[in-house]
Design a protein around this ligand. Structure first.
Ligand code: ADP
Ligand code: MG
Length: 588
């Protein structure tokens, strides 16, 4: 095939413009992205070769090579993975297949710094090469195809790219970056090794670089230089991070690994790395991010868990490994017991997967419980009078749960409806605003501890905003009696609370539903006055009822109001006004 010119998909062109024009705060991430693609390509080959060992051809040792040419100002990353056919090069390097691409583009604000963060989250992947290069050449040949069926792809990173057929004996892909003048620092072995060590040490394949040695100049008085020796050495640890013993891994390595798998710029809030033995054997390395991703509420968004079987990558987004309400968790699960050719269908039925999922959910909940426990350190809070010593480690956890909750609290609540087995643990982790706190910091347990003598229920109100909740007439009698009411303003609250009838034996009661029975909180005189009022107003109520016949089910005298003359309430077990409004909005 002779040379053909193709245009980039509109979104790619837009992304490229941003990549090259944004102030990229750390340009070196391009190497992480390209090495990660090389490693993915090797994973794919290994996976396809499970059914067709012939794909290995005569090169069964998968590896990545990084080399540079000072004169030509090129940096090349070569892998012997799956490679690309011509059509694949056109499709994969000319379009973005990810769901939510359009959504994502719509979120860009034009503010370079904010956008750079978003782009990082989205993962520019291959296109990050254009941070340092003004031209990229990709040469590739897919495993199993003939040498003449190779492809060359060239682009200057603007509107279009060229493809042509080439002959390439070696299977796999070379990405050749023609570096910009301001990126020449990457034509340096020491620099490259440093960047690889920082971002790609956890890659389980060997990353090779050609050894260099110092050579004195032959001419007297002239300086010597580093020259290539033709010998290649492995410059990374080449063992998957999660397979190493905990004690050999530094916090920084854990954090870099997180950034590599999550495309996040920030460090995670916390993580947990364990080898689990028992009915099924697996390793889990799970992270809680510090910031919600832009697509947290996207319907087709799955958990960010990568599944490996005995260190062979099987699939991304393995939704059967983490329930939807924990979709913000990122990490790796490596099973020793699942078959290598496990399919998504099989995953859903596997007993091992169920055990792994249960174990991972429990692990995440304990991480959260641990953060919650250390969220606030109240000095002198201990009853025994002993001054408590706070370890550095615990101190570092202060405020993290509040931070977590602000980002992911609404998602966690979905768990009440989704995970019956862990409902109580989830309920304990929830925090709400209340008539005593504008910030979501009140747990059900805090509430219970402050309940009035004789109070028999946990009272809450749902509304669209905090102000609406706080000023609701439904709250009047509670204010008067000094009874705390939880203020729920997340969209999901209404739905989620349907699944929680009580907390630790105390029923939950919406103050906007049914006749509020304050029970023992009402004294005899109040009860009597209410009964008398109901009696006295009987004729008025009957008239009102007649007048509102088609609009209201019932009209009754109430003790819940103090200042307002009337309010709307929903029948017990009825749909709340907020939910009704939501459904109306949704066109139901
Ligand atoms: P992602 O890795 O998230 O899919 P990238 O932009 O990094 O996104 O890469 C886009 C696609 O290009 C990959 O999904 C893959 O299909 C293809 N690709 C990139 N690099 C390679 C490579 N070295 N070998 C084979 N395919 C590659
Ligand atoms: Mg990639």
């Amino acid at each position: 095939m002779s040379k053909q010119t193709h245009s980039f998909q509109a979104e790619v062109a837009q992304l490229l413009h941003l990549v090259t024009h944004s102030l990229y705060s750390n340009p070196e991430i391009f190497l992480r992205e390209l090495i990660s693609n090389a490693s993915d390509a090797c994973d794919k080959l290994r996976f396809e070769a499970l059914n067709d060992a012939g794909l290995y051809e005569d090169a069964p040792n998968l590896e990545v090579r990084v080399s540079f040419d000072k004169e030509a100002k090129t940096l090349t990353i070569t892998d012997n993975g799956i490679g690309m056919s011509t059509q694949e090069a056109i499709d994969h390097l000319g379009t973005i297949a990810k769901s939510g691409t359009k959504d994502f583009m719509g979120k860009l604000s034009g503010d370079q710094k904010a956008d750079a963060q978003l782009i990082g989250q989205f993962g520019v992947g291959f296109y990050s090469g254009f941070i340092v290069a003004d031209k990229i050449t990709v040469e590739s040949r897919r495993a199993g195809m003939k040498p003449e069926e190779g492809v060359r792809w060239i682009s200057g990173g603007t509107g279009d790219f060229e493809v042509e057929s080439i002959t390439r004996a070696a299977r796999g892909t070379s990405v050749i970056l023609h570096l910009r003048d301001d990126a020449e620092e990457f034509l340096n072995a020491w620099k490259l090794k440093q960047v690889i060590g920082k971002y790609s040490d956890h890659i389980s394949l060997p990353i090779l670089m050609e050894k260099e040695e110092w050579k004195e100049s032959e001419k007297e008085g002239e300086p010597g230089a580093m020259v290539k020796t033709g010998e290649w050495e492995t410059v990374n640890k080449a063992s998957a991070l999660w397979t190493r013993p905990k004690k050999d891994i530094t916090d920084e390595q854990y954090q870099e690994f997180y950034k590599a798998i999550s495309h996040d710029y920030e460090n995670p809030l916390t993580w947990s790395h364990n080898r689990v033995e028992g009915n099924t054997e697996y390793t889990q390395l799970l992270y809680i991010p510090a910031k919600a991703p832009f697509d947290l509420y996207q319907r087709d968004k799955h958990a960010g868990i990568k599944l490996y079987v005995k260190r062979v990558f099987i699939m991304d987004d393995a939704e059967s490994l983490m329930p939807s309400y924990l979709r913000f968790v990122k990490g790796v699960i490596d099973s020793a017991d699942l078959p290598l050719n496990v399919s998504r269908e099989l995953l859903q039925e596997s007993r091992d997967v169920r055990l792994i999922r249960d174990g991972s959910v429990k692990r995440v909940l304990s991480m959260l419980e641990d953060l919650a426990k250390h969220d606030k350190h109240e000095a002198g809070a201990q009853a025994d009078g002993v001054t408590d010593v706070v370890s550095e480690e615990d101190k570092a956890k202060e405020g993290k749960y509040t931070q977590f909750y602000a980002e992911f609290g609404a998602v966690l609540k979905e768990g009440l409806g989704e995970d019956f087995g862990n409902r109580e643990r989830i309920a304990k982790l929830l925090r709400f605003a209340s008539t005593t706190s504008d910030t979501p910091s009140v747990s059900f347990a805090d509430y219970k501890a402050r309940m009035k003598e004789g109070q028999e229920a946990i009272y809450y109100i749902t509304a669209d905003t905090l102000a609406a909740a706080k000023n609701s007439p439904q709250l009047e009698v509670f204010k008067k009696k000094g009874i705390e009411v939880l203020l729920m303003t997340d969209r999901v609250d209404e739905w989620a609370l349907n699944y929680l009838q009580d907390f630790d034996g105390t029923p939950l009661q919406s103050v906007a539903k049914g006749a509020v029975d304050l029970g023992k909180l009402q004294d005899e005189a109040e009860k009597k006055a209410a009964e008398e009022a109901a009696e006295a107003f009987k004729p008025v109520l009957a008239k009102l009822k007649e007048a509102l016949k088609d609009k209201a089910e019932d009209v009754r005298a109430t003790t819940r109001l103090v200042d307002s003359p009337a309010c709307l309430v929903v029948q017990d077990g009825g749909m709340s006004t907020q939910l009704a409004r939501l459904l109306k909005q949704a066109g139901q």
